[in-house]
Design a protein around this ligand. Sequence first.
Ligand code: NAD
Ligand code: TYD
Length: 343
Amino acid sequence: MKNILVTGGAGFIGSNFVRFVLKNTEYKVTNFDKLTYAGNLENLIEIESNPNYKFVKGDICDSAAVEKTMVQNDIDTIVNFAAESHVDRSILGSKDFIITNVLGTQTLLDVFKKLGGERFLQVSTDEVYGSLPEDMPELKFTEETPVTTNSPYSASKAGADLLCNAYYHTHGLPVLITRCSNNYGPYQFPEKLIPLMIVKAMNDEHLPVYGDGKNIRDWLYVDDHCSAILAVLERGNPGEVYNIGGNNEWFNIDIVKLILEKLGRSQELITYVKDRPGHDRRYAIDSAKITRELGWEPAYRFPEGIEHTIKWYQENEDWWRKVMSGEYEKYYKENYSSKETHH
Ligand code: NAD
Ligand code: TYD
C-alpha cells in the first residue's frame, strides 16, 4: 500500500484523516472530492503544498473521472468517506443520499474491480444498526447486530455496506468496512450537534434541542476515528466489519449544558424544539473486536477532546462564519422553521 485515494477528503473526517496520514505515514494521498456544501479546501490549507498530497475535484458517481484519477496517481487503496452525511437533510430530501452514498459507492467498487488494488475501505456508521432501547444500558452494537435502518441517511449507508459485502463475496475484492459512532472535533460542519451548539452559544442564540434531549450518542474524537481507520487499512481482514467507538455515552441535553458552561453562557439559551421524525433513541458501540484484534484504543478522553474542540471554534470564527453563510442559511430556515419552540 503506497498510494491512497481518499474520497470526500475535504469534509470533516476526511480532511482530518488526510492530515493524520500525511503526519504519521509515508503514504501518498490523492484527495478526490466534489466540494459540496460540506467540502471545503480551507480545511486543508496547512498541507496543500505537501509533496505527498494532491487534490482532484470530482464526483464519485463519475466513473471516467474516478478511473482517470486512479490510473494517473497509481492508486492501490481507496478509503471512501464521500457521502451525504446529515440525517436532517436526508429527511428533507433523500435523493442526493441515494445517488452519492449508494450509486457513488457502486461506481467506486466497479472502477476498483476493473483496475485492481490492495484495499477498499468503506467508512460506514453505527447508524446502520438502528436504535438501542434505553432501558438496557448493557446492550451495545456489535458487528453481529442486524442492520436495521430508520433514517434515509442510515438506509443509504446500509445500502453501500451491503454492496461492499457483495463485491467481497461475489468478486473477491479486498473490501473492509468500519462502523464508527458520532465524531466530534475541529472542522466539523456546524449543522451537527456539537459544533452547532458551540456556535449558537458563541452567538448568544437559542440552542435547539430536539424532543426531550434524552437521546443518547457515543462520542469519539475525530483523530481516534482516523487512527482506527488506519489500523483497519493496514492490519484488518478483508470481508470483515470493524466497529469503532469511544465508550462515551451522553444524553444530548448534558452535552448542550456542558458546552454552555464551558463557554460561560446562560442555560436559559436552551430551547426544546419539535423532535426529529424517526429519531433514533440510543447509539452505543461495542469496540472490543478492533481492540482485541488490532490493538486499537482511543487516545483522547472526552474532557480534553471537548475542551480542544471548543477552543478550535473560538479561534476559527472566520472559518465557521464563512461556511454558515449562503446555502447553509437556506437549509437552517427549512429545517428549523417547522419546529415550534419552547423553553
Ligand atoms: P461531511 O459531510 O463533513 O463530508 C463529506 C465530504 O464528501 C465533503 O467533502 C463532500 O464535498 C464530499 N462529497 C459529497 N458527495 C460527494 C460526491 N458525490 N463525490 C465526491 N465527494 C463528495 O461528512 P463527515 O462527517 O466527514 O463524514 C465522512 C464519512 O464518515 C461519511 O461517509 C459518513 O457517513 C461517515 N461517518 C460520519 C460520522 C460522523 O459523526 N460525522 C460517524 C461515522 C461515520
Ligand atoms: P447529529 O449531530 O445530527 O448526529 P446523528 O443524528 O447522526 O447522531 O445529532 C446528534 C444528536 O443531537 C441527535 O440525537 C439529534 C440531536 N440534535 C439536536 O437535539 N438538535 C440539533 O439541532 C441537532 C442538529 C441535533
